[in-house]
Design a protein around this ligand. Structure first.
Ligand code: NAG
Ligand code: NAG
Ligand code: NAG
Ligand code: NAG
Ligand code: NAG
Length: 649
């Protein structure tokens, strides 16, 4: 292979990467960069009560962000009550709103246990206080955040254009429900701006806030970026487009100049793509064979060798063909990190191919090492990873294929639930426990799954469970958006200490396993509110447990009086796993052992620590002296550990 050919290939690949980069930017973005975080310096009166109300507030805000993109809530009474507000900016899609709020949820607890905190991300806003603040438009914490370094080279012109666009978006937002984006340009100066009022704020106050923001943000001129962070609204301008195009096109229409700007951008992009296609076509015709191999060259020869010599290596083009170009008819489902397709390899093997959402080149080396590691993890209840492809425009993972989709397709479906009798359910529960125990304690690289849920348990043709999506979180957690995806995807299953403090141990998996087990037994989703309005899944089960009526909750699709004791035994173990204080939860190895010890034996471990959301302490705990029984009030311990973990930051 001659060097001119080599450099031609390299150019093509670089061009491709640039195009991907461009396209990537126009895809929606939850804008989770922090614009401002303000915590009060006053400690709450009672750490315990405040902690509980805080968690509930975050839970309420999360569901409001999911459902409406904004909302307010108040939880508790007296000095320890918590008032919360969330607002996603209206150009965010509902998925991005979730992601953005997930980020708030992971950062705002930094203010805890102090009585208030507010956080401005560039895509959403969140605030909590121990008093009502829903009618505040401005207060003493208001501030402007201006770009420190870069300034416009033409300050007078810039100031003029900025003034125009700011006053336009401010007026437009006042007219149209509290949100507007706009742009203005004049002789080489373009400014883009966004204004957002909290939708739960009174309209008059909203207008006052926007006017105030519009005048104070001018102090950032001629800096090329400016943000005004107010108690009741947010305003931002920049010399580049920063909002999500899709939604905002309607608002942009009103401004003729920027509309034509989009036409220019689009046609430029179109032309560019055309050139790229032609170049690719020429280069491909020129030398068919070398294209695939040359990308690793660019990435460094060490990695290139590692990939090509490894039996984990799959060719992108082969996988593309195997899945009929990722045809929708081959789609199996949506995993935590990407969409999964069924594929048939040239040798007839059926595989599941996951297209990873995350797709940056820098990540590939790390990704490959990770795949190599995960490949060493083998267990009958874990999905086998067959390999990956890193040679194409996106990263793919190749897994074994299982005929029966994931557990959630069965347990939550009225018709399919009948296919799972108690024996099958019990085997699934045992299998998942064994798989997790292996991940935690027996595999060479110990792995915390982080994302145990029904859709991450696949079933083979004999309904044997296979846990999927483990290991990836380890490397993906480095990437912020994916940490949020993980968090956003699994709220109902997440252990309280993980939600509040991001404190992750294998006991977080134990908690999720407990939730999953309760779902399998009851046939109800842990994240949906139960039949009694306002009560959460876990506290409902807990209260039935206390009154000895758990059998009322069991899924009637399989319930049989004969297996009642067995079922109660499993529920008992699940409740041990979902105790609020992580230290009281058994290890997965212990869970496996407990599940095997059949039915209710004398001296069975009793869950002593009620679920986090239900804080009534349980009377008459047993005298047995084991790790599961040393509870003395969940709240106490959680707030203690929280203080130390915050101090440790
Ligand atoms: C909470 O308040 C304490 C006491 O005033 C202060 O020292 C601490 O910095 C505050 N925490 C945060 C995160 O601001
Ligand atoms: C918030 O959640 C609590 C339960 O934790 C519930 O009682 C309350 O009604 C919820 N409030 C709102 C506004 O959703
Ligand atoms: C908020 O907390 C502070 C200090 O903990 C307390 O003095 C104050 O009364 C509380 N505010 C309300 C409205 O309860
Ligand atoms: C701003 O608003 C004025 C009046 O509505 C309009 O004439 C002008 O074109 C707008 N400017 C931009 C850049 O949208
Ligand atoms: C983006 O556009 C698509 C189709 O053009 C539409 O279905 C979708 O709702 C839009 N998304 C948002 C956030 O407006």
């Amino acid at each position: 292979m001659g060097s001119p050919q080599r450099s031609a290939t390299a150019t093509t690949v670089l061009v491709l990467l640039m195009v991907l980069g461009l396209v990537g930017k126009t895809i929606s973005d939850p804008r989770t960069s922090i614009a401002g975080l303000f915590c009060s310096k006053t400690l709450a009166v009672s750490g315990n009560d405040f902690a509980h109300n805080f968690i509930r507030t975050m839970g309420n805000l999360s569901s409001m962000a999911d459902d409406h993109g904004h909302g307010t809530t108040e939880v508790g009474e007296g000095p320890n009550s918590v008032y919360g507000l969330v607002q996603c900016f209206k150009d965010l899609s509902s998925i991005d709103c979730r992601l953005c709020f997930a980020e708030i949820r992971s950062i705002l607890p930094k203010c805890y246990p102090n009585i208030s905190g507010r956080i401005f991300l560039d895509g959403c806003f969140g605030r909590y206080e121990n008093h009502s603040f829903f009618d505040q438009a401005m207060d003493s914490k208001d501030s402007n955040v201006c770009s420190s370094g870069r300034k416009s080279s033409n300050p007078d012109k810039f100031n003029q254009v900025l003034k125009m666009v700011i006053s336009n978006v401010s007026l437009e937002a006042q007219r149209s429900g509290g949100f507007a984006v706009g742009s203005a340009s004049s002789s080489q100066v373009s400014v883009f701006a966004l204004a957002q009022c909290w939708q739960d704020l009174d309209k008059r106050l909203c207008n006052a806030c926007l006017q105030n923001a519009a005048s104070s943000i001018m102090s950032c001129s001629p800096g090329v970026e400016g943000r005004s962070l107010k108690a009741g609204c947010y305003m931002r301008y920049s010399t580049r487009v920063f909002w999500n195009l899709n939604q905002s096109t309607a608002a942009v229409h009103s401004s003729g100049k920027s509309y034509s700007l989009w036409i220019i951008i689009c046609s430029a992009l179109g032309g560019f793509l055309l050139i790229v296609v032609v170049v690719i076509w020429i280069v491909k015709a020129y030398m068919r064979r070398t294209y695939c191999d040359s990308l690793p060259d660019l990435l460094g020869s060490g990695l290139s060798e590692a990939i090509s010599q490894s039996n984990l290596n799959f060719k992108y083009n082969d996988l593309k063909r195997a899945t009929k170009r990722f045809d929708a008819s081959n789609k199996l489902g949506q995993g935590s990190y990407g969409t999964v397709y069924k594929g048939i390899l040239p040798d007839g093997r059926e595989v599941a191919v996951k297209r990873l959402v995350l797709n940056t080149r820098q990540w590939i080396a790390q990704f490959f090492n990770e795949v190599d590691l995960i490949n060493q993890v083998r267990h009958k209840n874990l999905v086998r990873l067959l390999g990956c492809s890193a040679d194409g425009p996106e990263s793919l993972l190749v897994y074994e294929y299982y005929a029966n989709k994931s557990l959630d397709f069965f347990i939550f479906d009225v018709n399919k639930a009948k296919l799972l009798d108690w024996q099958r359910r019990l085997e699934i529960i045992h299998g998942v426990a064994e798989g997790l125990s292996y991940l935690h304690e027996e595999s060479e690289i110990r792995i915390i799954h982080r994302d145990i849920k029904a859709s991450n348990v696949l079933l083979d043709d004999k309904f044997k469970p296979k846990i999927t999506d483990f290991g990836l979180a380890r490397s993906i957690a480095e990437d912020q958006t994916h940490l949020s995806t993980g968090i956003a995807g699994t709220l109902g299953y997440m252990a309280p200490e993980y939600i509040v403090h991001g404190h992750l141990t294998d006991k977080a998996d134990v908690y999720s396993f407990g939730m999953l087990t309760l779902e399998i037994v009851t046939g109800q989703r842990c994240s949906s509110v139960g039949t009694q309005p306002g009560q959460f899944f876990l506290s409902k089960i807990w209260s039935h447990y206390k009154t000895g009526t758990v059998d009322q909750l069991i899924d009637r699709n399989y319930y049989d009086e004969e297996v009642k004791d067995e079922i109660l035994h499993v529920v008992n173990v699940a409740l041990l796993c979902t105790q609020a204080t992580s230290g009281y939860r058994p290890s997965m190895a212990k869970v496996v052992e407990l599940l095997r010890s059949s039915k209710t034996e004398e001296g069975l471990y009793q869950p002593s620590d009620p679920p986090f959301l239900d804080v009534v302490p349980m009377e008459g705990r047993g005298e047995l002296n084991n790790s599961c029984l040393l509870a003395t009030g969940a709240t106490q311990n959680i707030s203690e550990s929280s203080e130390s973990s915050i101090a440790g930051r």
